[in-house]
Design a protein around this ligand. Structure first.
Ligand SMILES: Nc1nc2c(c(=O)[nH]1)N[C@H]1C(S)=C(S)[C@@H](COP(=O)(O)OP(=O)(O)OC[C@H]3O[C@@H](n4cnc5c(=O)[nH]c(N)nc54)[C@H](O)[C@@H]3O)O[C@H]1N2
Ligand SMILES: Nc1nc2c(c(=O)[nH]1)N[C@H]1C(S)=C(S)[C@@H](COP(=O)(O)OP(=O)(O)OC[C@H]3O[C@@H](n4cnc5c(=O)[nH]c(N)nc54)[C@H](O)[C@@H]3O)O[C@H]1N2
Ligand code: SF4
Ligand SMILES: [Mo]
Length: 675
């Protein structure tokens, strides 16, 4: 007889929406995934990427068993072994590496393939205890977080629901309709009431196409734009005087700086004319109910941290942190804050080992001294997502590097493994999920048994620790014990809800339902225009020199600016297996295309001094002249070994050590003429 069950789960992907979902299970097999109507933010729908997840779960690309390499590095040829053998190899190789080269020769490399708090950080206690190099996980929000922290301290973002009452919603450096679709449902509802939508972005992305006003900005030009608008507001006495006086500090320094600065600088650096800045200042002034949604896109360049400092300062000058109806500023929600050490256990480390910035993996594998001899990848696909892929590939090809990859599917990185281990998906795991775009959390149970011989990150590292003879308490915890411990003293958790209740399931709303929420009864938020002195960072938001885009030496050789934002059908590189034959498109302005004799649909070569790749040209006025847009991290394949991150740089952002994915200079040429 057929048994049909409906089970609740939560999307684990690195997406601000963290959807509540209902899995349909027929005889122990998942046949469908749908949005949960009981989840207030998900509101019953999920994106098409995840609706088709069962294909990935049971697909041919799934890694089902532990395997060892028999072909050349990168060829992706493996033979099956069992888990006992896999653990023996791990224990032997990690112990030997540590003895011969020291613990720092081992580099764990992970990010956010699975956002469940336990599984995401599951390797940290193990590698701390082992004395391995430490990974600085900076690839996504490091610059954005550092910029926010500088001006706003620990303030959480505004709940997205506040946008429902806004008269103006600004999407600044975020492609909501692609990367934060559930926020868009509030935009649609607010629009019906007459709310205006403004999108500020270097290209007319799909969100901009649905907006009332689109303002193109030069990539990296947001500081100049925000400060230019603020200069107009000051000149017209349109700033929120009362709020500034009572609830902020240091505005006098910033206004002095702005009064003295030359207009031309703001115009040239932002690429926005003064008249348009005046128009924006008037728009903001006449719409006190403004909700500002800031993306991380605008931080992926050498001035990224400063851009967040300038935009949040503009918001403060408008009084948007005042918390009145329809007002808000949301970069990341920060709705719940648990103690991260309860997941990572830095206390297990004997001594402090070196820290490796994950953006500089290419450097770490090829140049760093003492060298990395063992690389352990989980929850991440670095060959595709880390910058300067040519260097990463060179590193992975080294015969004396022992590479372990724990994966769900045969990714480009997995092809370079010496030891390949099968990982469960969220549907086979237990975990706790918070969100960086909304204010709910939840704990979920496995929906099905593991497929093949897959193990969760948590099970893998708990078992490996015991095999290594580590008897410390964290290695004896069950998953529930770790979750319960993490929940204890978690900021944002309602006081009447115990960890045991959370463990039973359901969605919990953070107490930060206003921006200051329950931070503490005596917490008084004051926006700091002049942040604490730091030797490397100016006290007030101000214009700064740019990086690769402004490099005069590179300008004549590599005339185009390249940005590489997310694609609708990929989640970073996840789901790349669905598009193995596709190199991805390159948006190019028709006049630029004409200069290089490129027609729509032509295969073009993109190159710079780091590497090259190919893409299919799409001619469109959605992009500016001189600006190329490559959406999506499509996979490297056997026949196409290079991809978009062959062009991006290991250089870091101004603050937080983040990535500069949207700041590469390139040149372009037509490769062939299709029939
Ligand atoms: N479908 C889909 N959804 C995703 C992802 C995905 O890959 N696909 N990725 C997820 C992840 S991990 C993250 S971090 C988020 C990222 O989500 P977003 O914050 O939306 O993505 P970004 O790459 O950060 O780029 C967003 C926008 O910033 C623009 N941009 C680039 N440079 C600048 C600039 O200098 N100034 C301004 N104003 N805009 C600029 C880009 O053109 C793009 O339209 O999305 C998540 N959601
Ligand atoms: N050019 C360019 N590069 C970018 C970006 C960009 O905008 N432009 N965006 C950057 C950003 S914002 C981010 S966040 C990073 C993301 O980089 P990653 O965190 O590497 O994200 P994904 O590409 O989604 O790859 C995650 C991998 O983890 C695997 N995985 C999922 N769950 C589990 C699990 O439970 N266990 C194990 N062992 N594996 C699992 C998936 O199968 C997948 O292959 O990429 C960055 N790279
Ligand atoms: S990827 Fe984002 S929108 Fe899609 S189901 Fe997951 S959380 Fe929801
Ligand atoms: Mo990200």
């Amino acid at each position: 007889m057929e048994t049909i069950e409906k089970k609740k789960t939560i999307c684990p992907l690195d997406c601000p929406d963290s959807c509540g979902m209902i899995a349909t299970v027929v005889n122990g097999r998942i046949t469908g995934l749908n949005g949960d109507k009981d989840h207030p933010y998900t509101n019953g729908f999920i994106c098409r990427k995840m609706r088709n997840y069962p294909e990935r779960l049971y697909g041919d690309e799934r890694v089902l068993y532990p395997q060892v390499r028999y072909g050349k590095k990168g060829e992706g040829k493996f033979h099956r072994i069992d888990w006992d053998e896999a653990f023996d190899i791990l224990v032997h190789r990690l112990t030997e590496t540590r003895q011969q080269h020291g613990g720092e020769a081992i580099l764990p490399y992970s990010y956010a393939g699975n956002m469940g708090a336990v599984n995401r950080f599951a390797g940290f206690p193990f590698f701390n205890r082992l004395g391995a190099s430490r990974l600085d996980q900076t690839i996504c929000t490091a610059a954005a977080g550092a910029g926010w922290q500088k001006q706003c301290g620990n303030l959480p973002g505004s709940p997205p629901e506040k946008a429902l009452d806004a008269d103006l919603i600004i999407c600044w450096g975020i492609n909501c309709k692609v990367t934060n679709v559930h926020f868009w449902q509030y935009v649609v509802r607010a629009k019906k009431r007459g709310c205006k939508v403004l999108v500020i972005d270097p290209y007319r992305n799909v969100t901009a196409k649905s907006a009332d006003i689109y303002l193109p900005v030069k990539p990296g030009g947001d500081t100049a734009l925000a400060l230019g608008i603020l200069k107009v507001l000051l000149e017209r006495h349109h700033v929120a005087h009362k709020y500034l006086e009572e609830e902020t500090e240091g505005f006098a320094e910033l206004s002095d700086y702005l009064k003295k600065s030359d207009w031309q600088e703001f115009i040239v650096r932002s690429g926005v004319e003064r008249e348009r800045m005046v128009e924006m200042a008037e728009l903001f002034y006449h719409h006190p109910k403004t909700f500002l949604r800031i993306g991380v896109g605008l931080t992926r360049n050498s001035r990224g941290g400063m851009a967040v400092r300038a935009i949040t300062s503009l918001a403060a000058a408008l009084g948007l942190y005042g918390g009145r109806e329809g007002q808000g500023v949301l970069l990341m929600s920060g709705a719940f804050r648990g103690v991260k050490d309860k997941l990572t256990y830095p206390s297990l480390a004997g001594e402090t080992t070196r820290k490796v910035n994950m953006i500089q993996l290419g450097h770490a594998l090829t140049v760093l001294d003492p060298p990395v001899k063992a690389l352990f990848v989980y929850n991440c696909n670095p060959l595709s997502v880390s910058p300067d892929s040519a260097m990463v590939r060179k590193g992975l090809l080294q015969e004396d590097l022992f590479t372990v990859v724990h994966e769900q599917v045969m990714t480009p990185t997995a092809c370079y493994a010496d030891l390949l281990l099968p990982a469960t998906t969220f549907l086979e795991n237990r975990d706790i999920y918070t969100s960086y775009g909304h204010f709910y959390l939840g704990v979920v149970e496995p929906v099905i048994f593991p497929v093949g011989e897959a193990r969760s990150n948590f099970d893998l590292f708990q078992k490996l620790a015991l095999k290594m003879g580590f008897t410390d308490a964290p290695f004896n915890q069950s998953c529930d014990e770790r979750i319960a411990d993490f929940l204890t003293d978690m900021e944002g958790m309602p006081t009447d809800i115990s960890p045991s209740k959370v463990l039973k399931g359901g969605y919990i709303l953070s107490t930060h339902t206003t921006q200051t929420g329950s931070l503490s009864a005596d917490y008084k938020f004051k926006f700091q225009f002049n942040s604490d002195f730091s030797p490397t960072e100016p006290q007030i938001p101000c214009l700064k020199e740019g990086g690769e885009f402004d490099d005069v030496d590179l300008q004549s050789r590599f005339p185009f600016l390249l940005i590489t934002p997310p694609h609708m059908d990929l989640l970073n590189s996840t789901f790349g297996e669905r598009y193995i034959d596709k190199p991805g498109e390159l948006l190019i302005h028709p006049e630029d295309a004409a200069d290089y004799e490129i027609l729509d649909g032509y295969l073009v070569i993109l190159e710079n001094f780091r590497g090259w790749t190919t893409r299919l040209a799409r001619l469109t006025e959605d992009t500016q002249r001189g600006l190329l847009v490559a959406e999506g991290i499509f996979w490297q394949t056997e026949s196409r070994r290079n991809a978009i991150n062959d062009l991006t740089s290991q250089k870091l952002t101004d603050m937080g050590g983040g990535a500069t994915f949207h700041e590469s200079r390139v040149r372009v040429k037509s490769q062939h003429y299709p029939p």
